[in-house]
Design a protein around this ligand. Structure first.
Ligand code: 4DW
Length: 115
């Protein structure tokens, strides 16, 4: 499980070890290391959090869960990031729990979580 891990893992690694990442945007919008700044600069009214399987590319693997986070008019990177993190701290453990319980099923890019 990656959370703020910035080194790119090889395809060999991530295909051998299913790997999950949390990213502070609604992918495929704003991939990369500066997603919160990029969303603010673009002027979007809604961003969010994505939990996804990691593949050999960056911020590219199949999406497991997403939740929207509003961007407020006076947001700075700090206030928006804090709002994102409150969601990340709930969504990532939820997904990890589902993975450990064998409730996540993947069919290509399509992922389902069984309740
Ligand atoms: C990720 C990875 C690296 C950078 C930005 C985002 C996404 C999460 C991730 C970590 N390791 C991964 C992933 C992924 O999605 N897919 C694979 N492995 N295969 C990034 O920008 N890294 C640069 C360093 C930035 C910095 O230190 O600030 C870099 O040059 O590697």
């Amino acid at each position: 499980v990656l959370a703020g891990f910035m080194r790119v893992l090889s395809g060999d690694f991530v295909h051998r070890w299913p790997t999950i990442n949390v990213h502070p945007s609604l992918l495929p919008a704003f991939p990369g290391a500066h997603a919160v700044d990029d969303a603010l600069a673009w002027g979007v009214k809604l961003s969010g959090v994505t939990v996804h399987f990691v593949d050999e590319l960056v911020d590219h693997g199949p999406i497991i869960a997403q939740e929207a986070v509003p961007v407020e008019p006076d947001d700075t990177a700090d206030t928006l990031h804090a709002r994102m993190q409150r969601v990340e701290h709930r969504l990532l453990p939820e997904v990890v729990r589902a993975w450990c319980a064998g409730r996540i099923h993947r069919d290509g890019r399509h992922v389902r979580i069984r309740q």
